[in-house]
Design a protein around this ligand. Structure first.
Ligand SMILES: NC(=O)c1ccc[n+]([C@@H]2O[C@H](COP(=O)([O-])OP(=O)(O)OC[C@H]3O[C@@H](n4cnc5c(N)ncnc54)[C@H](OP(=O)(O)O)[C@@H]3O)[C@@H](O)[C@H]2O)c1
Length: 431
């Protein structure tokens, strides 16, 4: 059967883009790619910044640093693998305005401007696909968009940042400090020289915004995701968690609150070691969802890396190509405007609280008095160390996050408390 040619422009040939080009040009894959796309895929050109860089597997004649010229050529699909929200946005808008479909792995751009860009795609009869933007190779975007479209999900929780999971896993296994493990992760290339996007939770926050739009229909226009990173997690906290049968993970959480409320947050959580997310080690990612009829479901896999991420990009590309052949595009995303974001201070949870205290009589009653004044009741307590190293660790009953914050502020004012060392949410559910 004579098949039409779908012409593809790729901008960005770094970790992901180079792998994508290699896969598309692999002679052993041509039949499978063509059968999946129902078309012959032709790479029109590959846009980069620096033409002098070595890019094994990318033919030199495809490369150009003149992106505006590249985007003015005759093509059907733009694959944007540049990252960031400046030039990438301009490239995507240029393609969509010309009615060209876009495939992107750019979580930051989608989390900030997805609603507007998807509408622009729809208005121009094009698709905008972004499977690789959340959890790399894990096909969670399609699972939420199609397979679970009819389910009223209660909660989506994910380990969606490999760097922080690598650091927390090593701290758990080796008992090392955050700083030691971060330095090791940087030496191994698992963490950037400036690790803030990962360790402060920004990267995970973009993914939570995207997961929530898929699960609940929240808008993608720079929504506020409450965010706490892992820089305060100490070896002592990890030891405490292990003794009590917990594991500390950085979770991205999108949760339904009542009929139309949604809570979006990224923060460390102590989860029971029997919870499926507790067994996600190293740089792996996982997404866990819970619905009234589906029950709990979990996807596990590589959330980053050139080849794993490129497989998700390739899947999107083939899907977009099939739509072009069929002269159709996907149903547009319509945000549910009845939804509102719930202030994370109003979300209740159990908390682990750790205090460095002065070791003298009467301290305990002062400390517990502060908890009582804010209506935060204590479920268990552990006292460790003596003299300057005295430490109190508590697990509370379920309490409003805002009340726990107020408790911590007042505790920090007590003479008997040297440092309010940490507070971490505790998730008791086994699943
Ligand atoms: N790497 C992963 O594991 C991973 C996982 C999930 C999602 N993603 C997403 O995938 C996208 C690509 O990531 P990556 O890791 O492949 O990035 P990367 O290695 O930094 O590659 C970026 C590519 O874009 C090119 N580029 C940068 N700025 C440009 C500009 N203004 N105009 C034209 N080209 C420009 C660079 O050109 P030069 O090569 O000439 O510098 C490079 O080829 C990002 O959105 C990222 O968030 C990555």
């Amino acid at each position: 059967m004579e098949r039409r040619t779908v012409r593809v422009v790729i901008v960005g040939s770094g970790f992901v883009g180079t792998e994508l080009v290699t896969m598309l040009l692999d002679a052993n894959r041509q039949i499978a790619i063509e059968d999946a796309a129902l078309a012959h895929i032709e790479i029109v050109g590959v846009g980069v910044r620096d033409l002098t860089k070595a890019r094994p597997g990318v033919p030199a004649e495809l490369l150009t640093d003149n992106i505006d010229e590249l985007l003015s050529r005759d093509f059907d699909i733009l694959v944007e693998l540049v990252g960031g929200t400046d030039d990438a946005k301009r490239y995507v808008e240029t393609a969509l305005a010309r009615g060209k479909s876009v495939v992107s792995a750019n979580k930051a751009l989608i989390a900030q401007e997805g609603t507007r860009l998807f509408a622009l795609a729809d208005a121009n009869g094009a698709d905008f696909f972004y499977e690789a933007a959340v959890a790399g190779a894990i096909p969670i975007v399609r699972a939420l968009k199609t397979s679970l479209a009819g389910e009223k999900l209660d909660r989506v929780m994910g380990i969606v940042n490999g760097t922080t999971n690598f650091i927390l896993s090593k701290m758990t296994v080796e008992g090392s400090s955050y700083d030691e493990v971060l330095a090791e992760a940087q030496a191994l290339g698992f963490a950037e020289a400036n690790p803030s996007a990962d360790v402060d939770g920004f990267d995970a926050a973009s993914k939570v915004a995207i997961l929530s739009s898929l699960a609940f229909g929240t808008s993608l226009d720079a929504v506020e995701v409450a965010r706490e990173g892992i820089t305060n997690v100490r070896a002592l906290d990890v030891e405490f968690a292990t003794r009590q049968g917990f594991v500390i993970k950085l979770l991205g959480v999108a949760e339904r609150v009542g009929e139309h409320g949604v809570s979006l947050r990224v923060h460390p959580v102590m989860i029971r070691s029997s919870h499926p997310l507790a067994s996600v080690h190293g740089a792996m990612n996982a997404v866990f969802v819970d619905g009234p009829r589906s029950g709990p479901l979990m996807w596990l896999g590589k959330g980053a890396g050139g080849a794993p991420t490129a497989t998700a990009v390739l899947g999107d590309l083939l899907d977009a190509a099939r739509n072009i052949v069929a002269e159709r595009h996907d149903v547009p995303f319509t945000p549910d405007d009845r939804l509102f974001l719930v202030d994370s201070d109003n979300i209740s949870s159990e908390f682990y609280i750790s205090l460095d205290v002065v070791d003298r009589p009467g301290v305990m009653s002062q400390v517990t008095g502060v908890f009582g004044r804010h209506g935060v009741s204590i479920r268990s307590m552990e006292q460790a160390g003596v003299g300057e190293d005295a430490r109190l660790s508590f697990i509370t009953h379920e309490a409003r996050s805002g009340d726990v914050k107020a408790t911590l502020l007042e505790l920090a004012e007590l003479d008997a408390v040297d440092v309010v060392a940490n507070s971490i949410r505790v998730l008791e559910d086994a699943n």
